[in-house]
Write a protein of this length. Sequence first.
Length: 75
Amino acid sequence: MRKTEIPDSVKTIGANITAIIKQKNMKVRHVAHDADMDIEALRRYMAGKQIMGVDKSVRIAKALEVEVSELFKGA
């Protein structure tokens, strides 16, 4: 059991990342590689199971070729 629950905004960001990957017909492993991160870490972010820092947000956005704000829509 977690000490603190993951905020809904983190789950929304993960859903946004997932949607962008599907919309652009990208592979998760390629996005992880381009963002210079472990694929499992990216999957945890996508699932809304882990809070990411600003640096990770920027790297993921660059790998997805979108503005960082796209990841935070609705969050």
